[in-house]
Design a protein around this ligand. Sequence first.
Ligand code: G3P
Length: 213
Amino acid sequence: MKLFLDTANLQEIKQAAAWGVIDGVTTNPTLVAKEGGDFPSRLAQICEFIKGPVSAEVLATDTSGMIAEARTLAAIAPQVVIKIPMTAAGLQAVTALKEEGIRCNVTLIFSFNQALLAAKAGASYISPFLGRLDDLGHDGVQLVSNICEVFRHYNFATEVIAASIRHPLHVLQVAQAGAHIATLPFSVLEKMFNHPLTEQGIERFLADWQKVR
Ligand code: G3P
């Protein structure tokens, strides 16, 4: 399974890239707004550190507006993937952009049927938001599992990015569900390193070593 970082923060991206555990980056307008500054330059900077897919989202809601924004963003670096919202206008843009060789990540997926339509339209990636479904009392992991099962069944080329991940247990659950990718906030990635027995083990080894020196 691939791990992406869900952030527009350069320090976080640099750190995760240095750890060698990150295959790509996803951003969204909320994450970009949090960092401030000019988005195209930020995207170019991110692409200096991350050679895998880097998702950048359009803000237009009509097909021609989305296509125009997508072309501008895709011209920034070859690894840029265009995030398009899951609407009829969005899927029409995905279909047109695929013809131009521009890869899309259809975002804000909350049902199996939305995932199916996005795959049919030619999305390279789809992003089901499992945490936001969990927030409403639905089962986000089950949605990821259903999508992955059917995509496997029909050999769909579309990759599933489990998004809106809230804690390390989600990472295990979406891996078991067969997600191709989990996109993680930096705070979740940091937590994945930790286990109290690892820390205790290091302390005990060092203490034992000191006793005989
Ligand atoms: O970037 C998409 C998604 O991961 C957002 O997550 O935490 O805002 O639901 P969240």
